[in-house]
Design a protein around this ligand. Sequence first.
Ligand code: CTP
Ligand code: MG
Length: 229
Amino acid sequence: MDYQVVVLAAGQGRRMGAGENKVLLDLAGAPVIVHTLRVFETDPSCKGIVLVIRDDEKEQFRALVEDYRLKKVRTFAEGGKERQESVRSGLGVIKMDQKEIVLIHDGARPFITHREIARVTEAAAESGAALLAVPVKDTIKQVADFTVERTLERKSLWAAQTPQAFRLFLIRRAHQESLETHFMGTDDVSLVEQMGLPVKIVEGSYRNIKLTTPEDLVIAQTFLQRGEE
Ligand code: CTP
Ligand code: MG
């Protein structure tokens, strides 16, 4: 099923501590963002990519898109201070029918696969909103002041990933409502949850990591050396 995607690259990468935007760091010969964009570039179902970037990095990203011949990146949007603002900016410039499916994806997740994309796109076509997620492996404690308040039941816990997929009109409405109520979510589907609407989970892969801290880069290099599994 066809879709368009908003790819987010307007962060600072503070937790990576590299002194520059982590999606521009080299990973086995190409910047992280190039690995991510190539997955969509080579997916026949992807009909267009909106790349959300910071204004002061515009030239760098434009050069990458040109050099690596990423032809589906036809539109750039300017990112905001918070991820949610960057998403809203991307959704504001996308050109497609309101009933079609839009994906929102972290530029820092280069290991997404065509198969996972197809599954989350299908799920959103059925339910309006869907996300990839994996069962949590760790035991999660709820803590205050370095003291355990309670242990959450692992059976019911899933770790959210991207892409998260939506009918365009639904995610646009969710953003409008969040703006009015000043709701800030840490992912995209939480804005739809806030409206009281159902969100479907699609079981993803533990390989679809987000490069967040320096050790994630080591894991990413290992994945690339070993190839598909
Ligand atoms: N992102 C964005 N705009 C923001 C914040 C984040 O487009 N204002 C993007 C990042 O570029 C990244 C994705 O959203 O691809 C996921 O965010 P995160 O992992 O938090 O990246 P950063 O915000 O860059 O990292 P940190 O929080 O450690 O500073
Ligand atoms: Mg961040």
